[in-house]
Design a protein around this ligand. Structure first.
Ligand code: NAD
Length: 353
């Protein structure tokens, strides 16, 4: 690939970043993984890389300019891929400040450090360098029953989370137009798959179903999301990093629009097959409707045709395949889930410096 084989990844102990790092290291890329290990960072996800010289974990904040500058100078990466963020909408409603700290200020500090490093490069190293920003379709706001988000859709973020991501996208764009930094941005839909923190809908429902607890559905459950299997998302990032046009943005979607209630019922049906309840009842009977999230966007749906047309990427998994893989992964990896649920995954961070 044009982007060489040493990449600084931020947020690589989180859900998508973790999946991306595992796959990249397996494919022979050297990854410097900078992660602040907030509640969402989980080193258990990266256990299989212990002792692998192609994975260097660094505990730190993207907003620490000195640290980022030092890492860039020491490791001379060919690309920086920015996953680090506060990512949970409900948490942004309860406390928006952390979202501004990391998603806006942190991204700005990272951009400044990367800009200065990139300027110091020469020749092909400078031409081929990329700053890759991972963002969300939530920056586009909400859709009615029809229509799709394209790369031309105007930004209209509705939650503190999406507002902070929108701000970061604008900063990335501005660093390209103002300083010439070679940037790439993708805006993707809701991801799901292995290593997903069990506060998000799909892993939450699997965990609660297995624990015999109520399965909470916001409002009427008819909110529509376009579900993207995390492995397909990682493949899209690799494609855009290698071949994407500098300064462009690309939408990444799963071609899998589903109402939340359909997603939950699908999970219940898969669990009924794989782990029938001893009392003979169906998992669906645990569904409970709860008060809707304030400002809850009704529908998101992505037009990913630009990525298909220009780079030949499209999702390799249907929702049915992806969700079955995901349920099977959670059933096979209960210790990973249990260590999140009981908090012991956080003890790992002691001694990380
Ligand atoms: P996540 O919350 O699982 O992981 C975020 C990671 O970033 C964690 O490991 C955390 O410790 C780290 N982090 C947080 N603040 C940091 C800081 N200041 N410095 C360094 N590291 C920090 O998130 P995710 O779901 O993997 O999302 C990754 C990226 O993809 C985010 O930018 C998010 O906005 C975007 N995104 C996610 C989805 C989705 O469905 N999960 C959809 C669209 C876009």
């Amino acid at each position: 690939p044009k982007t060489g084989n040493t990449w600084l990844v931020t947020g690589g102990a989180g859900f998508i970043g973790g999946n991306f790092v595992l796959e990249a290291v397996r494919s022979g890329v050297k990854i410097i993984n900078l992660d602040a290990l907030t509640y969402a960072g989980n080193l258990d996800t990266l256990k299989s890389l212990d002792g692998n010289p192609n994975h260097v974990f660094v505990h730190g904040d993207i907003g620490d300019r000195e640290l980022v500058t030092k890492l860039l100078a020491e490791h001379r990466p060919d690309a920086v891929v920015n996953f680090a963020a506060e990512s949970h909408v409900d948490r942004s409603i309860d406390g928006p400040a952390a979202f501004i700290h990391t998603n806006v200020v942190g991204t700005l500090v990272l951009l400044e450090a990367v800009r200065d490093y990139w300027k110091s490069l020469e020749g092909a190293a400078r031409d081929d360098f990329r700053f890759y920003h991972v963002s969300t379709d939530e920056v586009y706001g909400t859709l009615g029953d029809t229509g799709l988000f394209t790369e031309e859709t105007a930004y209209a973020p509705n939650s503190p989370y999406s507002a902070s991501k929108a701000a970061s996208d604008h900063l990335v764009r501005a660093f390209h137009h103002t300083y010439g930094l070679p940037v790439l941005t993708t805006n993707c839909s809701n991801n799901y798959g292995p290593y997903h923190f069990p506060e998000k809908l799909i892993p939450l429902v699997i965990a609660k179903a297995l624990a015999g607890e109520p399965l909470p559905i916001y409002g009427d459950g008819e909110q529509v999301r376009d579900w993207l299997y995390v492995g397909d998302h990682c493949a899209a990032i690799r494609a855009v990093l290698a071949e994407g046009k500098v300064g462009e943005t690309y939408n990444v979607g799963g071609n899998a629009e589903k109402q939340n209630i359909e997603v939950v019922k699908t999970i219940c049906a898969l669990l009924d097959q794989r782990k029938p309840k001893s009392d003979g009842s169906k998992y669906e009977s645990q569904i409970t409707y709860v008060k809707d999230r304030p400002g809850h966007d009704r529908r998101y749906a992505i037009d990913a045709s630009k990525l298909k047309r220009e780079l030949g990427w499209e999702p390799a998994h249907t929702f049915e395949q992806g969700i079955a893989n995901t349920v099977d992964w959670y059933l096979a990896n209960q210790p990973w889930v249990n260590r999140v649920l009981d908090g012991s995954y956080r003890l790992e961070r002691i001694g990380q410096g």
